[in-house]
Design a protein around this ligand. Structure first.
Ligand SMILES: NC(=O)c1ccc[n+]([C@@H]2O[C@H](COP(=O)([O-])OP(=O)(O)OC[C@H]3O[C@@H](n4cnc5c(N)ncnc54)[C@H](O)[C@@H]3O)[C@@H](O)[C@H]2O)c1
Length: 332
């Protein structure tokens, strides 16, 4: 550490550590490296250097530490108005990240954005606008969301794919002598699989333009599959196929994007307490919870979000599909 560098202010507030450093002279490459370690340790978000002529300037490189922590990261979360996506947005906002929610116009997006912004100090970190409520299946909509992240936050660090739908229809209903409607199958594939891929490909374009951090990393993408990708139940043929495809695209996408330092991982959740399951009768929810070996309950959205954060923060996690399911293996 240069002797003329002093930490003048360090403030801890709801998990967000903010430190401002004032340096009297323009720092050398060596001192910047040392400061980078210090700031990583402090989980600091930015550094202001004061040059000899008194002008302040913010070092580009050190801001990039956001890429290895949830602090100050710029996120795009699809399905962010409900369940696992909402839980992810809430956790990252608590950590000081800036989030763009992508969800359907019919969703609770506006209310969720307001609830996230209740804390006046965090309000500036949130950007949500009804014009940008959209569908993940549209190239134009997702392109706008990605552009919005870049124009609002300067960069896009993390994209989390949580938007998804499910149906329960058998391949062939022999009682009614009726095959699975093809359009219903296609719709699930389009929203879950094509929608996720749409977000992956367009986010990657923006992330690829980021300055890399010290590890060469430019961005992180997290997808959401399901245990149904592996243990598909009766009636889940479309849903399981759509989630299996997300599992299948994880490694090739990670390999495709590795040249730019963009990591791609997928979480396969078990049973979570989201609005999806909240609509079920208590008896059914209890029955479902009992199927989980341990802990014998439904997962909480924040437990899913916790893993998203761990993935973002761990640079070695790449090309992987992780079950987060309390060891459940679904019955037929
Ligand atoms: N909850 C669980 O137990 C569970 C288990 C395994 C996997 N998952 C998966 O996790 C993801 C999130 O599930 P959840 O339980 O939070 O569901 P949810 O219904 O609470 O939230 C899904 C959100 O996605 C949005 N959405 C749907 N279609 C969209 C589209 N075309 N464009 C933009 N947004 C769209 C919905 O409006 C909703 O806000 C889904 O992909 C789901 O398949 C959930």
């Amino acid at each position: 550490m240069e002797e003329n560098a002093v930490v003048v202010r360090m403030q801890k507030r709801t998990c967000v550590h903010l430190a401002i450093l004032i340096v009297n002279t323009i720092p050398t490459t060596r001192s910047v490296k040392q400061l980078r370690y210090l700031f990583h340790y402090l989980r600091a978000t930015f550094v202001i250097f004061k040059s000899e002529n008194g002008n302040n300037w913010i070092t580009k490189g050190i801001c990039l530490e956001a890429l290895q922590s949830a602090v100050r990261a710029s996120l795009l979360v699809t399905g962010g108005a409900s369940g696992l996506g909402r839980g992810t947005a809430e956790r990252f906002v608590r950590q000081g990240a800036r989030v763009i929610l992508v969800d359907l116009p019919s969703s609770q997006g506006e209310e969720v954005a307001k609830s996230l912004g209740d804390d006046a100090n965090l309000l500036q970190l949130i950007f949500h606008d009804k014009r940008y409520m959209m569908t993940v299946t549209s190239a134009e909509d997702v392109g706008k969301a990605v552009d919005l992240a870049v124009s609002s936050f300067g960069r896009l660090d993390v994209a989390v794919n949580c938007a998804g739908i499910g149906i329960a229809v058998k391949t062939y209903n022999f009682n009614k002598d009726k095959p699975h409607p093809l359009d219903a199958f296609q719709n699930v594939l389009v929203v879950n699989t094509v929608g996720s891929f749409n977000v992956i490909r367009l986010s990657a374009g923006a992330m690829g333009k980021n300055d890399p951090n010290s590890d060469g990393q430019r961005g992180v993408i997290v997808n959401t599959a399901s245990v149904a990708a592996f243990d598909g139940q009766i009636g889940q043929v479309a849903y399981s196929a759509s989630k299996g495809a997300i599992v299948g695209m994880t490694l090739p996408a990670a390999r495709d994007l590795s040249s730019q330092g963009i990591r791609v991982n997928t979480i396969a959740p078990g049973l979570y307490d989201t609005p999806l399951l909240a609509s079920l009768p208590e008896k059914v929810r209890t029955f479902l919870a009992r199927m989980v070996p341990f802990p014998q309950r439904l997962g909480q959205p924040d437990e899913y979000a916790h893993l998203v954060q761990a993935i973002v923060e761990n640079p070695m996690m790449n090309g992987e599909v992780i079950r987060l399911d309390g060891a459940i293996r679904m019955q037929p």
